[in-house]
Design a protein around this ligand. Structure first.
Ligand SMILES: [Zn+2]
Length: 407
């Protein structure tokens, strides 16, 4: 059953390519592709049987890219405990997250780590998100995902047996190679060490992984909570840093020069600050905990500010699941980027086009004639007000609730 052509009439358009909102725009969609984008006053001849949606008062936005997500994990204040839940439950969590992502206008998710679990089909342990990627590949209503496999970290850093542990260069290389063999689209290294002031591996160790991955057509990204690890990753030529909570002007200058992306996840701190009100956990509620979070937040905002000023490409992530946010919270990160000094339209570019560039997916985060009809409609102007992204009215790639067979 094919849907009739659909015309979205008289919307505004914020496509993430610049600061100005286009008004009075009509978009014709057929077979999940954008046929044309025209002024509503000049639509020309419409195809027979076209279904017209009065989009008056809404703004069309390209489907967003959550560049730092963990689709198999639920998030919330007990997010770490949830990583140990049984795999079958985590697969159900992923299905729920898939629904939340879509309804929030997120078309693409970049999964940067999922627990290892035994795959019943062959008895091998591999990252759970690889199975989610397979499930979702054939369902066009589901988010498109790219998957890093599981975390690779030094022993004594990630608790609960979540990570593949590698304590020296050869072990690191072996772990990286095994992830790619399992089918990971890219690699995720954990560049915080067991001691906060020491990186877990040398620049040479990490560079060998980067060379291995690049040779096999895969990128390498690195979790970076502290400056010492960020420096190793940057010098070793990783393609992106996740979080980058402690960058300095040297680090961001090199990143800009090399084209190293930063994936910002500042909304984590907003979420933790909210837990001071809504949870009873001492790390969020106690005076000491609040102060520690406030200090780290300030430093993280400063890092993003430096990166932006230096011209680093910034993509936008929630860290949902692997952190405390939920899968429908990407708008929160866009708000946080504006707080860190990006103009609202630049923050929208981060959440759309930059995310697509980071994924290496030419169509992700972009809305163009001939491209996929991966857009959603919100109320308000996200080019001047990031909170508009919370006010989702409809999502073009999802079924809209009409009964099957209805025109
Ligand atoms: Zn994460």
């Amino acid at each position: 059953m094919t849907a009739p052509p659909t015309l979205y009439r008289d919307a505004a358009l914020a496509d993430g390519t610049g600061p100005s909102l286009r008004k009075g725009v009509s978009v014709l969609v057929n077979d999940r592709r954008v046929i044309w984008i025209r002024p509503t006053s000049d639509e020309g001849v419409l195809p027979p049987g076209v279904r017209v949606i009065d989009a008056g008062g809404s703004t069309i936005v390209p489907g967003m890219v959550d560049a730092h997500s963990h689709v198999t994990l639920p998030g919330g204040s007990h997010w770490i405990d949830r990583g140990a839940d049984p795999p079958e439950e985590l697969l159900e969590v992923a299905e729920h997250n898939g629904v939340l992502l879509g309804r929030a206008g997120v078309r693409w998710a970049r999964d940067v780590g999922s627990p290892l679990a035994v795959d019943p089909r062959d008895g091998r342990r591999r990252a759970l998100a690889l199975r989610v990627r397979e499930r979702w590949q054939s369902d066009l209503n589901r988010p498109r995902i790219r998957v890093a496999g599981t975390w690779i970290g030094h022993s004594g850093v990630l608790t609960g047996g979540l990570a593949i542990e590698a304590d020296d260069g050869p072990a690191l290389l072996k772990a990286a190679s095994a992830q790619l063999d399992d089918g990971a689209d890219f690699l995720k290294l954990y560049l915080d060490g067991p001691k906060k002031e020491e990186a877990p591996w040398s620049t040479e160790d990490v560079r060998a992984v980067v060379e291995l991955a690049h040779g096999r057509g895969a990128k390498v990204t690195a979790h970076s909570g502290f400056l010492v690890g960020a420096r190793i990753g940057i010098d070793a030529g990783v393609d992106s840093l996740e979080h980058g909570f402690e960058l300095d002007s040297d680090a961001v200058a090199t990143m800009a020069r090399q084209g190293t992306f930063l994936v910002s996840t500042l909304a984590i701190f907003r979420s933790w600050a909210s837990f001071a009100q809504t949870s009873t956990l001492p790390r969020f509620v106690s005076d000491e905990g609040r102060e520690r979070i406030a200090l780290r937040r300030e430093r993280a905002i400063e890092s993003v500010r430096l990166a932006h000023r230096a011209g680093v490409s910034i993509a936008t992530g929630t860290d949902f699941g692997g952190g405390s946010l939920r899968a429908n919270h990407l708008a929160w990160e866009v708000e946080a980027l504006v707080e860190a000094g990006l103009k609202p339209w630049e923050a929208l570019t981060s959440a759309t086009i930059r995310g697509g560039e980071l994924l290496g997916e030419a169509e992700a985060g972009r809305l163009v004639e001939g491209g996929p009809a991966d857009f959603f409609l919100v109320h308000g102007d996200p080019l001047t007000d990031p909170t508009a992204l919370w006010r989702v009215w409809r999502v073009a790639w999802l079924p809209d609730g009409r009964r099957p067979g209805e025109p």
